[in-house]
Design a protein around this ligand. Sequence first.
Ligand code: NAD
Ligand code: UGA
Length: 483
Amino acid sequence: MNNNEIKNICCIGAGYVGGPTMAVIADRCPDIQVTVVDLNEARIQAWNEKDLRKLPVYEPGLDQVVKRARGRNLHYSTEVDAAIAAADMVFISVNTPTKNKGIGAGKASDLRWVEACSRQVAKCARGHTIVVEKSTLPVRTAEVIKSILSSAQSEGTNQGPHKSFEVLSNPEFLAEGTAINDLENPDRILIGGESEIAVEALASIYGQWVPSERILRTNLWSSELSKLTANAFLAQRISSINSVAALCEVTGADVREVAKAIGSDSRIGTKFLRSGPGFGGSCFKKDILNLVYLCRHFGLPEVADYWENVVTLNNWQQERIARLVVQTLYGTIAGKKIAILGFAFKANTNDTRESPAISIIYNLLEEGAKLAIFDPKVKKEQIEASLGIMEETQLDPLQSKNINSISFEGKWESKNNIVEALEGADAVLILTEWEEFAEICWEKLAPLMRKPAWVFDARAISNVQAIKDAGLNIWRVGDGAEQ
Ligand code: NAD
Ligand code: UGA
């Protein structure tokens, strides 16, 4: 089989991965029809929006890619069955969150959406179909998918048209905020599979724009496991540097200097050594917990404990920052106004899943603070949904997500810009590294705040001297000189 034989792709799941990934495939392979389907009608409607600023995912450059391909060979639709039936390759790119109840709750992946997709593919596919795991999955999930598909395959020989399937693993390594660049210039494409013909069919699609030496072929299980461990290694670096940041703060060292010094060793490398409020995002925590679950399942408790500590350290970093704000502001923040700059889990995305802002904000609200939140890409409704607390509400402690909450005098409101957020504030806490926060003119804005006022820079992006010159106090993550 060569790439010409893949004429029609269906991708199930129009989320942060399915939407942009398929847009780039369609852009780069104009001869292939690509249909991205989702059960969520509002999401599909947003992908079809004429006004490209209203696409459901914010990613620099995505609007231009969609503009070029949409309507030509890129389609977003809710007609799941029809798109599967027409496809010779189906990507499964649905959510795989952590299970919240039952066996493995809190750690194992909830595979109900993946299973539902497999059943739907088994039912609706026609002829020969290559099924590609794009979602991040526990190792050996392909076995489950194959078993569901093979029941349809054998049925097909007796009743109705013949169907046959191949399953591949092709995990996605894009990072939000840089998704388009990551998709257009990937470090590597990983394809795991048993059938060489199917592997090569997928490889030749990527081969249209990815250099051949960057397309790695492995067996199915290596591919599935590589995705989980890649995320675990990345997250581990962040917990490592955050642990060093805490040590820097008490010893007078500066974590940026230490990061530079250790990162200059080519064996360590410079990337992913930025200390901050801890990692967020939909995947690091869930993928590590999934890895931990698998290790315990396969009788490797020491390995499980090792990886679990990466998450423990991350939670500690977030609690530590909230505690530090309270302690610095004379031990109480009840009734004090604190401006929160940034709610997205990182800059250049509107994604707030597992954002460190969420747990830090809970802790500050529990201490009775009045929070003024501003993020350039996150609207009030999304903050409400992420926190589970409506704007301006003083919550009954029992309604709080944190059931240990004793008092809940705190409340929050959403602001439209930095100036509004800073007005009358006792402190500013920078949680996302948006460029506009790095460029704040402190001389101009400091007079808006109630003195003595503090800037807590959990991303270390601001100009320390300008803050001091404006008469404000400063705390920066990992900066021993400032403590
Ligand atoms: P998402 O929640 O943004 O999107 C998943 C979509 O799948 C949703 O819109 C949902 O409605 C849809 N869906 C679920 N079941 C369906 C069904 N049966 N039929 C049709 N649509 C269905 O999730 P995401 O962030 O795109 O992540 C998808 C997968 O990719 C996850 O496994 C994740 O771990 C992995 N991943 C995510 C990222 C990232 O940056 N977000 C990066 C790499 C890998
Ligand atoms: C991460 C991986 O980088 C992707 O390769 C992977 O595909 C993806 O997870 C996934 O599987 O979902 P993403 O979560 O989008 O991508 O973003 P990252 O850039 O990895 O940042 C994750 C978190 O770590 C953010 O909260 C970020 O602020 C934080 N981070 C990152 C740091 O605190 N310091 C750093 O040096 C780097």
